[in-house]
Design a binder for this molecule. Structure first.
Ligand code: MN
Length: 247
């Protein structure tokens, strides 16, 4: 099982959550929302070989945390994973659009200068702008759009820009989401929860229940659960063998 976008540090008991993921063999990308959360979140992964920690600066707090860009730069050499970063055109923070763009482009530039990173990217209500920024400032990086909510045209433009996608149960449970998932190249899809915030059918999603999302995905792709698991693991393996120009 794979949970490629999970906020382990925001769980009520992060140590217990990471232990549980480990016991069940879940591969986790543990993302952060601020650079100052990086050292503590990295510690949660200690001793758990399937957890990778990503350095992030979330668009919804970008205007409050611009000063932490220097911390972002400081910690960037310590990881190949960056997230959660991106743009949010729908949040109440739309008022801080300029700050969001500044923070997002600056994080992309820093990643570029460091030779590229895996990027877990937020693009709600801002897919066109996110794709444009990635093409302009993020050429060496490997973007994975998390919880994609764009339309089919935007999916095509993201695919053309080299993006991968991490899909969650909130996407597989809506008709629109299922149609969108069907348009994505199967060799560029991973699963995620966005736990502990995201819900599906009124229930909070947790990484140790990833098999539900896997089963939904198998149904959309019209393949068996086993084949779906194999496809997802192969995708993760392919992603992991990507070689950046410099690291
Ligand atoms: Mn998130």
């Amino acid at each position: 099982m794979i949970d490629f976008h999970c906020h382990l540090d925001l769980f009520p008991d992060p140590a217990e959550a990471s232990k549980r993921c480990d016991l069940l063999g879940v591969y986790v990308l543990s993302v952060t929302t601020t650079p100052s959360a990086w050292p503590g979140t990295l510690q949660i992964a200690e001793g758990h070989k399937r957890i990778r920690t990503a350095l992030g600066l979330h668009p919804q707090v970008a205007h409050l945390r611009m000063k932490e860009l220097s911390l972002f730069e400081q910690y960037l050499p310590d990881t190949r994973y960056v997230g959660e970063i991106g743009l949010d055109g729908k949040s109440d923070n739309g008022a801080f659009w300029r700050e969001q763009v500044k923070v997002f482009t600056q994080t992309l530039r820093l990643c570029e200068r460091a030779g590229g990173r895996y990027l877990s990217v937020h693009s709600r209500g801002a897919v066109d702008e996110v794709v444009e920024c990635l093409q302009t400032y993020g050429k060496s990086s490997f973007p994975i759009l998390h919880w994609f909510t764009g339309d089919e045209r935007q999916a095509r433009s993201a695919i053309n820009a080299g993006c991968w996608f991490s899909v969650n149960a909130a996407m597989t449970s809506s008709e629109k989401g299922r149609r969108l998932i069907a348009c994505l190249p199967r060799d560029r899809v991973l699963t995620e929860t966005d736990a502990p915030f995201a819900k599906s059918s009124g229930r909070k999603l947790v990484p140790w229940e990833m098999s539900r999302t896997r089963d939904e995905l198998a149904q959309i792709w019209n393949i068996s659960r086993e084949e779906c698991s194999r496809t997802l693991l192969m995708n993760l393996r392919n992603l992991a063998t990507h070689e950046f120009s410099r690291s």
